[in-house]
Design a protein around this ligand. Structure first.
Ligand SMILES: Cc1cc2nc3c(=O)[nH]c(=O)nc-3n(C[C@H](O)[C@H](O)[C@H](O)COP(=O)(O)OP(=O)(O)OC[C@H]3O[C@@H](n4cnc5c(N)ncnc54)[C@H](O)[C@@H]3O)c2cc1C
Length: 499
């Protein structure tokens, strides 16, 4: 089999790349995806992701040390098919701050305009509880905004979400599914790519698990995500030579930063019980299911967290360094699995948005199923600790304002034992959670040691690009699905300019 382009990974970025390359019928494109088709209705029902995340069918579960597990989507749509659907573009200042040609806000803003014409973005309707949080936050001093993505100051708003008419939308569902009948686009689900195939240092195609080879006349574009992309490069001979050999491969191009510089965010959670309001009782869940079936509205039609805010951990910094999320529900603290409680409450999660501490991820063997070696690291710089330390106290201060002041009965977790900045940092380290937003494990940059150049061409070889979250050298203040799609868009721009 031979195509002009082989795109590896049908996730957030890969679907954008494949869709744009296949827009011209003269170009042939293969989109190879390790996972299967998104057949479960719980993928398109927004609240269904609580169920999807309990199972294995659509997920990679990576052990990341200390009992922690990092998740990623393994399905057409990638992690964007299992994620919380928050649509946060990142701050223009961060895109400009990358200081890389082709990646400033002047380039990314238009990419988002084009992407958002295809991916619909909506906000959830306000409810009694989210309205109360907004009022309390306004009393605390944050601006309440109708368009969260439009500014970079301290603010709170209903969460922009990739949900249209009550259904999750992804770059697969909007850009690829309808294009699958085109003769020039082949979508191969359940097709894990084991390694790249070289002619000297030129990439000629891919080898899929089980042995078959697929040739790429022009390029292979690796869009396997921030965990799998470095593993595939290492299995193919690109990386630190020792790691490449450990992966069972012969070194082709020395690239010491493959799998290094992985920047993940770390969340701290807090939950309060409210005096009144709707809890998530079985009766309410049943009513919500009926309502959703009839109208595509209600509790099941909204994403993970209804409200998003960004704020400064301390007043003397120029712009927000923490993102916070509020959900108008409590979790059942007696349950081993993630499950909503029957009583009313508010769940808060906050995380520094531009951490510096780097983790790493490396291959342990030649098969795509060999588990990665992840060294998950957090809070190792003073700046990271300074951003994390006040997060819980700021959330508590918001909940003490306005209409919520009299309604909070008790802080269910972490509680008063985590009452000092030092304790908050400890809590974040010991009980915090990775947010599944890793970037940087195949980062672009101007230096010879950066894995790709700013046009996303992998250094040391030809015929190969990386286009996914792994190329972002730093976090751009927020979540990563929208930025990954923007990366895919820019990758297609570069390829189309060159051929
Ligand atoms: C549970 C969860 C919740 C999240 N919540 C949010 C949120 O609310 N908002 C937000 O913006 N971000 C969120 N994220 C993060 C966001 O979804 C990801 O950062 C984003 O999807 C990354 O895009 P990507 O294209 O780099 O990789 P992915 O979207 O992960 O796509 C990679 C694809 O490549 C495939 N693949 C991997 N290896 C191979 C191989 N060898 N051969 C073939 N195919 C392969 C994978 O199966 C996958 O489909 C969340 C992530 C998770 C896991």
């Amino acid at each position: 089999m031979e195509f002009d382009y082989v795109v590896v990974g049908a996730g957030a970025a890969g679907c954008v790349v494949a869709s744009r390359l296949a827009a011209d019928p003269r170009r042939t494109v293969l989109l190879a995806e390790a996972g299967g088709r998104p057949r479960s209705p719980f993928i398109s029902i927004p609240k269904g992701f609580y169920y999807i995340l309990r199972g294995d069918r659509y997920l990679y579960r990576y052990p990341a040390g200390a009992g922690e597990v990092w998740l990623r989507g393994k399905v057409l749509g990638g992690s964007a098919a299992v994620n919380g659907m928050m649509w946060i573009r990142g701050a223009p200042a961060d895109w400009d701050g990358l200081n890389l040609p082709g990646w400033g806000w002047a380039d990314i803003g238009p990419a988002y305009q084009a992407i958002e014409r295809e991916i619909g973005v909506s906000t959830p309707p306000a409810t009694e509880i989210t309205g109360a949080v907004l009022s309390s936050a306004a009393s605390y001093g944050w601006a309440v905004t109708a368009d969260f993505n439009s500014r970079d100051t301290e603010r709170i708003g209903l969460t922009p979400s990739s949900i249209v008419s009550g259904k999750r939308v992804t770059s697969y569902s909007t850009m690829i599914r309808s294009a699958e009948k085109r003769p020039n686009l082949a979508v191969a689900a359940r097709t894990p790519v084991a390694s790249l195939v070289f002619d000297g240092r030129r990439v000629r195609g891919v080898r899929v698990r089980g042995g078959g080879e697929i040739r790429a006349r022009k390029e292979v574009i690796v869009c396997a995500g921030a965990i799998e992309t470095p593993l595939l490069l290492e299995r193919s001979g690109i990386g630190h030579p020792d790691t490449v050999r450990r992966a069972g491969a012969v070194p082709v191009a020395e690239s010491p930063n493959v799998g290094e510089r992985l920047i993940e965010q770390r969340g701290l959670s807090l939950q309060v019980r409210l005096d009144r309001g709707p809890g998530i009782t079985p009766a309410r869940q049943a009513a919500a299911a009926v309502r959703y079936a009839a109208t595509r509205r209600g509790l099941l039609a909204t994403g993970g967290y209804d409200l998003v805010c960004q704020f400064k951990s301390r007043p003397d910094i120029g712009r927000p360094d923490v993102q916070g999320l509020f959900a108008p529900l409590a979790l059942d603290t007696s349950s081993e699995v993630m499950k909503p409680a029957r009583h009313p409450g508010i769940l808060f999660m906050g995380y520094p948005i531009r951490p510096e501490t780097a983790s790493s991820v490396h291959s342990s063997g030649p098969d795509p199923g060999d588990p990665p070696v992840i060294d998950a690291r957090y809070l190792e710089t003073a700046s990271d600790r300074d951003s994390a330390a006040p997060v819980l106290d700021i959330a508590r201060a918001v909940l003490r304002q306005g209409p919520l002041a009299d309604r909070v009965l008790v802080e269910e977790f972490p509680g008063p034992s985590v009452g000092t900045p030092e304790k908050a940092v400890e809590y974040s380290r010991d009980y915090g959670s990775g947010i599944y937003h890793g970037v940087g494990s195949a980062a672009m940059g101007p230096d010879g040691a950066d894995v790709t150049d700013p046009r996303l061409r992998v250094r040391g070889v030809t015929g190969l690009r990386v286009a996914d979250a792994s190329v972002l050298p730093s976090q751009v203040s927020g979540n990563t699905a929208a930025p990954a799609m923007a990366v895919g868009w820019r990758a297609a721009d570069f390829i189309l300019e060159e051929y």
